[in-house]
Design a binder for this molecule. Structure first.
Ligand SMILES: NC(=O)c1ccc[n+]([C@@H]2O[C@H](COP(=O)([O-])OP(=O)(O)OC[C@H]3O[C@@H](n4cnc5c(N)ncnc54)[C@H](OP(=O)(O)O)[C@@H]3O)[C@@H](O)[C@H]2O)c1
Length: 194
């Protein structure tokens, strides 16, 4: 089975952005050491335009070959005129309202989200599936998540958008690895306890 892995940036108090999801305050922690880690270990999670800016758009996919994101997260790119933010991956956008996809590399999932994600996970071979977020999509797919990679930055928001937009739903995970960075960032990888 291919894993569904939620790779997410959050504050010390567990928010993925401010109340509107704006995570730009976290960008200050993308220093040389942290960017080096991302390009070496999780290069697919960098958007295509970011990879170009860093001169790493030639990197082969290592962990993921597919990305799933929610319509609101996708719209962050659309507002910048970018219709294929993860052009180096197969892109799926969950939405009941978007209608036709604005890009040939992007497939819209309007119905049976769980079934579609289960089918992606059941595909033979290939790499894992990057769950990009945001909060509501991660909440909708919580049952299907096999791994969480939390990039925690030393920043408190006070209030903001939670990592999972869902009601009370207890799920247990086990800690697989921890990586620390000089700027106070922490990357923890958790596997799903089934
Ligand atoms: N810190 C981070 O690492 C990180 C990562 C990703 C995103 N973000 C932030 O998260 C924010 C967006 O998060 P969000 O929670 O507002 O929205 P979201 O999860 O990105 O998208 C929500 C939308 O996804 C669609 N959706 C959800 N469940 C579905 C289902 N079962 N079937 C079909 N479609 C479904 C719906 O689209 P329709 O309404 O069109 O039906 C829903 O409105 C952005 O501001 C982004 O910057 C932060």
């Amino acid at each position: 089975m291919r894993k569904l892995s939620y790779v997410v940036a959050c504050s010390l108090d567990g928010f993925i952005g401010d109340e509107h999801g704006d995570a730009s305050a976290m960008l200050r922690f993308l220093d040389e050491e942290f960017t080096g880690f991302l390009t070496a270990e999780l290069p697919e999670t960098l958007p295509t335009h970011g990879r170009k800016a860093l001169g790493v758009d030639h990197l082969e996919n290592k962990r993921f070959d597919t990305v799933v994101q929610g319509r609101a997260s996708y719209e962050v790119a659309l507002r910048e005129g970018i219709t294929s933010p993860y052009g180096h991956l197969r892109e799926y956008v969950a939405s009941r309202t978007l209608g036709a996809s604005p890009d040939p590399n992007v497939e819209v999932i309007a119905d049976d989200l769980t079934g579609r994600v289960r089918a992606l996970k059941a595909e033979e071979g290939g790499l894992d599936i990057y769950l990009c977020g945001g909060s509501r999509l991660a909440g909708a797919l919580l049952d299907e998540i096999d791994e969480i990679v939390v990039k925690t930055y030393p920043l408190v928001y006070g209030r903001g958008m939670p990592m999972f937009g869902t009601g009370l739903d207890l799920k247990e995970f086990t800690l697989d690895s921890v990586r620390t960075f000089a700027n106070g960032a922490l990357v923890r990888t958790y596997g799903r306890k089934r």
